[in-house]
Design a protein around this ligand. Structure first.
Ligand SMILES: [Zn+2]
Length: 135
């Protein structure tokens, strides 16, 4: 339950942060003629806001993976409470195409690494197609 809540927050966070920065741009643009101190203050605050936005993203991801690890320790899928099966899969975010031990949910087709990171299993089937490794 908490995992799915934080997972949804992580997925929405980037769009919401981008929308907030675009809204601040329009606020600064509107105040350029009316009250020029507002855009100046917003320009000075912007780097700190960007650092805060990135920090918030990392914090949310850390909390999401914390709850995922708790469910994975119980051998349950964090997303759908289904059973997990251990498989050796290619890590899609790894540069050296190393295989990692993943816990795959049969019900929702998600693969979880021990750290709690999740990726859809469709990525695996697309990247490990048989014609890619054919001699
Ligand atoms: Zn599942």
């Amino acid at each position: 339950m908490l995992y799915r809540f934080f997972r949804a927050l992580v997925e929405l966070y980037g769009v919401v942060a981008l929308a907030a920065f675009i809204a601040l741009f329009f606020v600064a643009f509107a105040f350029t003629v009316l009250y020029p101190i507002v855009p100046i203050v917003l320009i000075m605050v912007a780097p700190f806001a960007a650092v805060t936005a990135v920090g918030g993203s990392r914090l949310l991801r850390m909390v999401e993976r914390f709850f995922a690890r708790k469910k994975l320790a119980m051998a349950r899928c964090p997303q759908c409470e289904g059973g997990l099966e251990e498989r050796q899969l290619l890590d899609p975010e790894s540069d050296d195409h190393a295989e990692a031990t993943c816990l795959v949910c049969e019900r929702c087709q998600r693969a979880f690494i021990v750290s709690g990171r999740c990726f859809p299993l469709k990525v695996q089937t697309a990247s490990s197609s048989p014609d890619q490794f054919a001699d």
